[in-house]
Ligand binder design. Structure first.
Ligand SMILES: NC(=O)C1=CN([C@@H]2O[C@H](COP(=O)(O)OP(=O)(O)OC[C@H]3O[C@@H](n4cnc5c(N)ncnc54)[C@H](O)[C@@H]3O)[C@@H](O)[C@H]2O)C=CC1
Ligand SMILES: O=C(O)C(=O)COP(=O)(O)O
Length: 469
């Protein structure tokens, strides 16, 4: 393949490593790479591209405390309303992200929260884009609302409040209060049984606090890790199926991710499960609306005096007298918003500036020790197929470049590589761009980056043989 890059090894190659690297970084600040089908070339300017800063596209209200971790000198933060067609990363909460909102320049997406069902994760994996979330950052906020839900499901607090408003409007509150309260009797949670479906960050915290409040707690989670199990109170009784967990429960809290498709969790709480619910059982859904089959649930509310406390819209039971529907408030506390946005910002920063990966839902956790002086860091995303890694390392060897340290990790269909290359071994910035070009062309390689420390440079992406920055 023809390259229009001019090679200029001569002078730079002789300089000491420090000069060489800073010279390379200066050259990089002016190099922009345009990619077209089968062609790789450089040119001087790219419309609306801001050299030197990473552009971050945000959706939803992201906590300013979190965003402040992305310093103004290195990050250009754009809101939903602002143009950001050269965005390097996306930060969002519950916005339902469409593929067309992910510009070809986007290298990463971070969800300030737990659930990533609003992001087309499978497609992002195909495109080689890591998706991150913030495990545990908003769990306490949700747990507190689940505990509140236990009380809302036991005591007719909301009906009582509405009644008092209505009496107040008629000037009858004092006269009627003692007589009317008999309409709003309830029960206590102490001594009752709670089944927690999903014992992750929220479920485990809920199990813990419910036990403290005197409840008998049962739990079901086929993916329970040993670490998570050790954090659970010893009194929690583990069940081997949802059915056995819910069978004798007065309260059921569902705290699992929503996953579409085969082996997913769509309508996991369906007629089959709900028919095992006890008379008067209260279902708490602070996870996702789609986990529950509302038609089946309605029968439980209609015929078995069941209750439903949910954080999500529902077309069937939204106005049922036994349902309390909240406007997705679980994570809407200052503390949770700050914690989730801060964790997401730190994760994105780490990925953009160092290439390290943590808290990803589709990429392997990957990190290298700090980049040694006199090295340039490459990262490569490729499909997890045999032989790819050998071709990548061979490209450096063919260019006479020495790999100082490297790591290759895989997860499912994707593999991720970080490689620190000795800059004294060969050439200047153009030699590195040449190697990047060769690596990007390898079959199954999806994207490559050179991290020079100059933000916003050195990215190349290949989709169906077509290159993009
Ligand atoms: N209402 C709100 O504002 C919020 C809602 N959420 C929802 O809650 C969910 C859980 O959040 P976290 O506890 O932070 O996540 P997490 O990842 O810490 O825990 C999820 C747990 O569910 C388990 N699980 C998965 N599939 C299961 C199944 N079929 N049956 C039983 N257990 C299963 C997993 O093994 C894991 O332990 C999120 O995915 C999100 O949908 C999370 C945060 C805020
Ligand atoms: O973290 C989650 O999964 C949530 O549901 C929280 O959503 P939010 O960030 O409040 O829009």
């Amino acid at each position: 393949m023809a390259s229009t890059l001019l090679k200029s090894f001569s002078t730079t190659a002789q300089r000491n490593v420090g000069n060489q690297l800073s010279s390379a970084m200066r050259s990089f600040a002016t190099i922009h790479v345009e990619h077209g089908r089968g062609v790789w070339k450089t040119y001087g300017d790219v419309n609306n591209y801001t050299p030197g800063k990473f552009q971050i596209k945000t959706f939803n209200k992201i906590s300013p405390i979190g965003l402040a971790r992305l310093s103004e000198d290195r990050y250009d933060i754009r809101t939903e309303e602002q143009d950001a067609h050269n965005a390097h990363a996306i930060l969002l909460r519950s916005h339902k992200l469409k593929e067309e909102e992910v510009a070809h320049t986007v290298r990463a997406i971070a969800r300030c929260g737990a659930g990533t069902n609003n992001i087309p994760v499978a497609r992002m994996t195909e495109l080689g884009i890591p998706v991150f979330n913030t495990p545990g950052a908003n769990a306490n906020a949700v747990k507190e609302l689940v505990i509140c839900g236990l009380f809302l499901g036991s005591r007719k607090v909301i009906d009582g409040i509405n009644h008092m408003k209505s009496l107040g409007e008629q000037g009858l509150a004092r006269e009627r209060v003692e007589k009317d309260k008999a309409m709003f009797g309830g029960r206590e949670i102490n001594g009752k049984t709670l089944a927690v479906i999903g014992l992750g960050n929220i479920g485990a915290a809920t199990a813990h606090d419910a036990a403290q409040l005197g409840m008998k707690v049962k739990g079901y989670d086929p993916g329970l890790s040993v670490t998570a199990a050790l954090k659970l109170p010893s009194s929690v009784q583990l069940s081997d199926s949802i059915t056995s967990a819910v069978a004798d429960a007065d309260y059921i809290s569902i705290n699992i991710p929503y996953i579409k498709g085969a082996n997913g969790t769509h309508h996991i709480i369906n007629d089959e499960i709900i028919k095992h619910f006890k008379q008067g059982a209260v279902l708490l859904n602070f996870a996702r609306g789609e986990l529950v089959d509302s038609d089946a649930l309605k029968k439980h509310l209609d015929t078995k005096d069941g209750r439903y406390i949910s954080d999500f819209p529902d077309d069937v039971v939204w106005n049922h007298e036994n349902a309390v529907i909240l406007p997705h408030l679980g994570a809407s506390t200052e503390e949770a918003e700050d914690a989730a946005a801060s964790m997401a910002a730190d994760t994105i920063k780490m990925f953009l500036e160092e290439g390290s990966i943590r808290h990803s839902v589709n990429f392997p956790t990957t990190s290298l020790p700090e980049r040694p002086k006199g090295t340039v860091r490459f990262t490569v995303v490729n499909k997890n197929v045999p032989g790819c890694l050998a071709l990548i390392t061979e490209s450096f060897a063919n260019a006479g470049m020495n790999i100082v340290q490297q790591i290759n990790q895989s997860r499912g269909d994707i593999a991720y590589n970080m490689l620190d290359i000795d800059v004294s071994s060969n050439g200047d910035v153009h030699s590195f761009k040449d190697v990047q070009e060769q690596i990007t062309q390898i079959d199954h390689v999806l994207s490559t980056r050179i991290l020079f420390g100059t933000p916003g440079q050195g990215y190349a992406k290949k989709i169906d043989g077509e290159y993009f920055v």
